[in-house]
Write a protein that binds this ligand. Sequence first.
Ligand code: GLY
Ligand code: MN
Ligand code: MN
Length: 444
Amino acid sequence: MHHLHREKLFSLFDDDQNGVVFIQGAETMYRYKTDYEFPFRQESNFWYLTGVNEADCALVLDLKKEEYHLFVPERDAQYAVWHGFVKTKEQYQEEYQPDHLHYQNDILHILNELSPETVYCLNDEQAEYIEDLNRGFNVETEALVDALTYCRVIKTDWELEQMREACRVNDLAYEAVMKNFKPGMYEYEAKAIFTKVQMENGLLQDAYNGIFGTGNNASVLHYVENNSQSKDGDLFLMDAGFECNGYAADYTRTFPVNGTFTETQAGIYQAVLDAQNKVIDAIKPGVKMEDLHMMAARAMMEGLKKLDVVRGDIDEIMEKDIFALFFPHGLGHFLGLDTHDVGGYPKGVDRIDRPGIKFLRARRELLPGMVITIEPGIYFVPAVLEPALDNAEQNKYLNPDKVRSLIGFGGVRIEDNIVVTEDGHENLTSVVKEIKDIEALMAD
Ligand code: GLY
Ligand code: MN
Ligand code: MN
């Protein structure tokens, strides 16, 4: 399938120009200076164009002839002793089907033969490598990144199939955790159940550091310690996903560790869920991410007003950025080979410098084939709310007693993965999220 990705990239460059693309694939990474090897993960653009999941490879794409040169490492017998099998050139050729196969140390020779007017690179480091090979090469680092971003933003059917599979397994893993979690269990026990289901289904690579946070830990946006013990009465926030052939799933669910929401938990949870449902219903081509973000923020403020956590006119609450005190991150982001995938900000579009929306990772009109996350949340972060309670401009919109009583509550986030389609959207996430359905699942 990766040849379709190369064709998509070729179509973006002028056929007459004598240019080449150069990309160095990922190397094996080690923990500091030890021989502890991190699991190998190919660089996403290299993977997108080649499907080669091996260290120390490189590619050259001849833009004029539309030919693919793959460079592989020449391993010696010692390598076989420590790492196993050494592939022959024929085996590499058979497996990856490049138009031309070479060893890594032939890069200069091949580039000299192709004698390109421009070598398009991904970044300064790889451009310097090319310049160091031959000072005569003219390198460029913007056009390739733009072209690959353009290609990766709209998923092909094959890419969507990988994402559906990542989501199918993520559904199973979430439901296993929710069914088996009990008060007193540690956060890492949830991670263990989750990981076991992923691996049993053939998914071996997590897409990002999972967040398994009980109680107040749920209000820490990038909580990764995952080592606290849950208590009866806690809410538990779980934000995790694995990759299928490089394509990520990225969900969040929040559930009561004892299987039953308290009235307060149910109120806050429902405010987030109503916002998420409203936004998802609105997804279709032409809608802008920043408008969805503000729609979610407003819906959550309406929910918090009903609960008497915030007070006053909703328009003013929005204008004065009070929503940012409770919802300090973006509504969602593009999803694909990277969890925070490329393409959220097209050229010339900048972040909105306003509290509560400046962390939004995507600001553009949605198009069919884009995959996004929708992940509203309400958090009670002491470091944000305590100063707000002392700030006369902000505290007039807060019910101080209610807000104080909720410090320590933690937070609620609900995150689904959505494909934009011609006539609306497809939700790839099917883990239960209505209160009654979570309670029924956990009571099983
Ligand atoms: N887990 C990262 C995110 O939801 O964006
Ligand atoms: Mn997430
Ligand atoms: Mn996300």
